[in-house]
Design a protein around this ligand. Sequence first.
Ligand SMILES: NC(=O)c1ccc[n+]([C@@H]2O[C@H](COP(=O)([O-])OP(=O)(O)OC[C@H]3O[C@@H](n4cnc5c(N)ncnc54)[C@H](OP(=O)(O)O)[C@@H]3O)[C@@H](O)[C@H]2O)c1
Length: 237
Amino acid sequence: MPSKSSGTHCLVITGASKGIGLATATRFANAGHRIVNLSRTATPVPGAIQISVDLAQPVELEAIAAPLLSAVDGADVVTLVHNAALMIPGSVRDISASQLRALFEINVVAPMSLNQMLLPQMRGGSAIIYIGSTLSHRATRNMTAYVTTKHALVGLMRSTCQDLAGTGVHTCCICPGFTETEMILSYGEQALKNLAGLSTQNRLSTPIEIADFVYFAAGQPVLNGAVLNADLGFIEP
Ligand SMILES: NC(=O)c1ccc[n+]([C@@H]2O[C@H](COP(=O)([O-])OP(=O)(O)OC[C@H]3O[C@@H](n4cnc5c(N)ncnc54)[C@H](OP(=O)(O)O)[C@@H]3O)[C@@H](O)[C@H]2O)c1
């Protein structure tokens, strides 16, 4: 696992202003990593370098290349965590092309662009961790755009694994189940109870559980190319 004593470690993460991203940035900060966060609102992690950007806007994304490279300068090992994502409900009957494009921009295209910006700085021991979803390998009703982009993210991760062979950079996709964050807390009490009932543990995951797993995976090159569920055991219907 990456440790304080083995050189300068830097976490670059998207969406650490709240939820799973915030828990992950906190976990890496506690282990002594330099933290660089990309989101629209600032992360509350003390000492973190904040790069404010709307990842859905290609022009904004291009403009952060220089500050991003400067933020990772001098790091021996970089962990890049693609965590930020947008979810828009809608079925295959009514999702609009523009909604699908918007989701692809933040959920898939932004990770690919950030990889291209940072790979020249990523030495052996570095890692690219994609935050997928259990909806990266199954589907549920009325989530067409989200399901499609989360499946695409697995394709990007597998291609990352193949294309970076020999570099010493490893990658995997961690797929959370229902996790206590703003993304789902607005569903209401009864819906959350129902979702909790879909796990064998009869509860939602906590952001820190996912964060601990991301931290673990970042230090495990053996997990290269893996799609890893972190869902407390989903009860099959
Ligand atoms: N919660 C769950 O049940 C669950 C289940 C499976 C997978 N996941 C996945 O876990 C990851 C984190 O989800 P979460 O539940 O922690 O979500 P969340 O609490 O809603 O946080 C989303 C993060 O993404 C950032 N973000 C959203 N749109 C952005 C944009 N246009 N530009 C820049 N940053 C943007 C937000 O930052 P700003 O608003 O400050 O920009 C925020 O920090 C996502 O990939 C999600 O798909 C979550």
